[in-house]
Design a protein around this ligand. Structure first.
Ligand SMILES: [Zn+2]
Length: 109
């Protein structure tokens, strides 16, 4: 992959990383232990727990994505970015545009 493309994906990855970080920080409160002081209003404890589960699940997914983004950034440094981690074929440009953190090609994903 040429330098210009690498730089472009590097910028995209950094942006993705900071967006995700901001989202993770913003949602920390949602996954905090349930409030028991009645601030929940009419939401039942069951609903609140479900909301908490969803928040945790979203946080988990964001953490995984963040990890993936960091891996992709490392791959830029190691000059293996854009190559499928499994079959070593180049990952399509359209796929990288949509998911700059993709480390597998369409066939291996
Ligand atoms: Zn592959």
């Amino acid at each position: 992959m040429d330098e210009t493309a690498l730089k472009k994906y590097g910028v995209m990855l950094k942006e993705l990383e900071s967006t995700l970080r901001a989202e993770i920080e913003k949602t920390v409160d949602d996954s905090a232990p349930l409030a028991v002081d009645g601030r929940m209003g009419r939401i039942s404890r069951g609903d609140a727990m479900q909301v908490q589960q969803m928040a945790l699940e979203m946080k988990r997914r964001r953490d995984i994505r963040l990890q993936q983004i960091r891996t992709a950034l490392q791959r830029i440094e190691q000059d293996t970015y854009g190559l499928c981690a499994r079959c070593r074929n180049p990952i399509g440009a359209a796929r990288l545009e949509a998911f700059p953190d993709a480390i597998n090609c369409v066939n291996c994903a």
